[in-house]
Design a binder for this molecule. Sequence first.
Ligand code: NDP
Length: 503
Amino acid sequence: MSKERKTLTTNFGAPADNDLNSVTAGVPGPVVLQDIHLIEKLAHFNRERIPERIVHAKGAGAYGYFEVTHDLTGYTKAKFLSGIGKRTEVLVRFSTVGGEKGSADSERDPRGFALKFYTEEGNYDLVMNNTPVFFIRDPLKFPDFIHTQKRHPATNTKDPDMFWDFLSLTPESVHQVTILFSDRGTPATYRNMNGYSGHTFKWYNDKGEYVWVKYHFKTEQSIKNLTRADAVAMAGQDPDHATRDLFQAIKRGEFAAWTVSVQIMRPEESESYRFDPFDITKVWPHADYPLHRLGRMVLNRNPENYFADIEQAAFSPGNFVPGISSSPDKMLQGRLFAYADAHRYRLGANYHLLPVNRAKAVKVDNYQRDGFMRFDSNGAGTPVYYPNSFNGPEPEAEAAEPAFDVSGIVGRHPYTHPNDDFVQTGELYSKVMSDGDRNNLIGNIVAHLGKAQKRIQLRQTALFYKADSLYGSRVAEGLGLDIKEVQSLAHMSHEQRAKATAG
Ligand code: NDP
């Protein structure tokens, strides 16, 4: 640090004469309104907080790089993926979802895993989670779902009835609920968890051929989780433990790394596959769609300033580069709008100009001007309309996603895909989990669901029973429920079950 004496200034650069005593009329005062330095300081302090993210408020992040290790250029023309050994700077922000900015890092919650690649064709964002599936598959349900994970409108506390009422009336959530209540719902640190795109994306090559892909980021630090008891203790001992861990590890030179792979599905396969490939409550089983190695991501640089680098970071699943695009996954379609909209609200219309969000490897040039906090030259005197004959920027037709067919009746279509909402949950419970995983899962569920009303416990336990009868029976036993009642609810249709357990 430089030893040179530095002058304290006002926000506009004038030297401040004193930073300890307000200007007063005599001793002890009153304070006079003409103390501009005091007023500027108090007024700025009042405005230090920007709106908290409605979801993913508590987070931590770091910079690093992504390196291509395997050639998949036959599938995508994205330039940052062209050529083994090619490196692209990245920023990652990890987070919990439901808690406020000061909530504990060890809370049971999915973890956000948001990633920005500063590519030579513009910023590409992947806004992932540490779970491969999600609770719902239609964005119309999202605000309701999040309300149930937040505070009750009257008590202002987290509410087990609200939490489980919604989930038990949303059967497609049972897969994600099972992962969330396994110990993967309380990762030991951000370094010890995987990242999954969950969503299906389109990759297209320079011949206009396309495939569907899902991304998998597997931790090289190995998966490590906290047990329920450890997570609860950690929330008291060090609510910032994962934030601290990431920063300290990078500071020590222990860089965190993930191997990056994709699953690839051909378009013709997507039409007849047994699971709906665009339903984010389902995975593509590895036996059907193995992982293809793509690269490696390393986080090796801490933010210099948390607010500038992490709080102001804004990710959007709609930030694509040529060669990568969206899919008909409805949740993804909703997020394409919602993320950028949230940033315009939280950071303002010019949030893309903030250093952390600004494209670094390419010049941004378009006809958008003005708005709050336009802090660059605002295009100076260059043309503000297109077309023009004053040498303004021109669209590049080659950047277009290849045109594709869609047809259908516009309407609010109920979900009719024949795939079953329970089979993958059953596979996870019976085939993937160890005895220890299952024991902890049942204990974690019983401890939480046990706080909800009995009729809600019954309705939710019926969903676990539908996934795997042993799973449901063990939860029923843990909660002291009548297994006959659970079985009878499990055999009803969704509508009948909702009616039989109505309040
Ligand atoms: P596989 O046996 O090939 O893969 C099982 C996957 O489950 C692995 O990716 C493993 O991740 C992950 N896993 C292990 N323990 C847990 C847990 N407690 N909670 C969540 N995931 C866990 O099986 P399939 O591909 O046929 O999938 C079977 C089930 O595994 C799925 O229904 C799904 O619930 C789950 N799963 C599947 C994934 C996929 O993309 N196919 C991804 C993640 C989970 P790791 O290798 O890192 O330990």
